[in-house]
Ligand binder design. Structure first.
Ligand SMILES: *Cc1c(COP(=O)(O)O)cnc(C)c1O
Length: 358
């Protein structure tokens, strides 16, 4: 038995792997593989339509919010967002809360004025700053809802809602994991490979009323309005990646949707953090109130012992627990498709190892 705790690409439901493999051989009885069907065929259009409908339904989106499946990963959104929403003479507020947040603000500087309204860089991003002000004239405020590398997550969004400016969020690593009022956001983006599906596609949810306000001329492929008009088919979409997303969204709906998966995610995170806190061998790296329910980070002070535990994890089939180089130690990613049993098995191993080390 192997449990995949990788931060992304990451674990997906077994049912999704089974259905996706079947579709590679014969897609829905067409005699054709999902890898060779035309993207403008009715069979694929049905897949895309179902994925969009499932997302609108799961996220309870209103009619102003459009769902797009685009290429280029979340990293392309770092520049596509300001290209579409930040005028050259205007200003956007950015929260500097981690590696990806920092990359996003650097890209935004290419298009307008960036106001870094807060940063926890000096503390190696171990907390989320909350006491900061935002100029009401800002075109938007950009946040990273879950900082994948450091393991922090915005728990109480009201701090951000109160700022009174349009909200833009990189939700790559916690989208669909907890209930939020998604309609409060002007734009949400997420690489699919953490909680939505396979690598190769990213999700953009955009309030169409926020578009068309910048004066610059946009390349066709960079303009969200063209993608909305073309229904995410301005060019050949990543057919297979979108199919895997649709299967994962179907799975999530059958599980009871976001409300039900949030209960599971809370149980998994609670168990992991209880284990870290109960055993002095392990030290959580972020302040408790900002702990991520998706990525739990901890270290062991003795590097030699860290190596030993890593080797034990490997031997016991606990894959992908090594922390990012900027934090060190361990990072346990517990996305939607990670079963509670996986986290319980890792927690047991942590207890066993701590006891052995006395
Ligand atoms: C993984 C990740 C990214 C990068 O996503 P790509 O699809 O590889 O570009 C950006 N932001 C966050 C929060 C992430 O977790």
């Amino acid at each position: 038995m192997v449990y995949n705790f990788n931060s992304g690409p990451s674990v997906l439901p077994k049912e999704v792997f089974a259905a996706a493999s079947q579709a590679v051989l014969d897609f829905n009885g067409t005699g054709l593989s999902i890898l060779e069907i035309g993207h403008r065929t009715p069979v694929f259009q049905a897949v895309l339509d179902e994925a969009v409908t499932l997302l609108k339904d799961l996220m309870a989106l209103d009619s102003d919010h459009e769902v797009l499946f685009l290429h280029g990963g979340a990293s392309t959104q770092f520049f596509q967002v300001p290209m579409n929403l930040l005028d050259e003479k205007a200003k956007a507020a950015y929260t500097d809360t981690g590696v990806f947040a920092n990359k996003a603000l650097k890209e935004a500087k290419l298009f307008g004025t960036v106001d870094v309204v807060c940063s926890s860089k000096e503390a190696n991003y171990t907390y989320l700053p909350k006491a900061f002000s935002v100029d009401p004239q800002s075109s938007y405020i950009h946040i990273t809802s879950n900082n994948t590398i450091y393991g922090t997550q915005w728990q109480d969004m009201s701090v951000l809602y109160e700022k009174g400016v349009p909200l833009v969020a990189d939700m790559s690593s916690d989208i669909l994991s907890r209930q939020l009022d998604f309609n409060r956001f002007d734009l949400i983006y997420a690489g699919a490979q953490k909680n939505i599906g396979a690598a190769g596609v990213n999700l953009v949810v955009v309030n169409k009323n926020s578009l068309g306000k910048v004066s610059r001329v946009l390349p066709t492929m960079m303009d969200y309005r063209h993608h909305i008009e073309a229904g995410s088919m301005l060019n050949t979409p990543p057919v297979f990646a979108i199919y895997v997303c649709m299967l994962t969204l179907r799975w999530l709906k059958n599980m009871g949707g976001i409300a039900a998966i949030e209960v599971e995610n809370n149980k998994k995170a609670a168990l992991m953090y209880e284990t870290i806190d109960a055993l002095p061998l392990y030290k959580g790296t972020v302040v408790k109130e900002d702990r991520s329910r998706m990525n739990a980070c901890f270290v062991i002070e003795d590097k030699q012992v860290e190596e030993e535990f890593l080797a034990l994890c490997k031997a016991e089939g606990m894959v992908g627990v090594k922390g990012h180089r900027s934090v060190g130690g361990f990072r346990v990613s517990m996305y939607n498709a990670m079963p509670y049993e996986g986290v319980a098995a890792l927690a047991d191993l942590m207890k066993y190892f701590a006891n052995k080390k006395g």
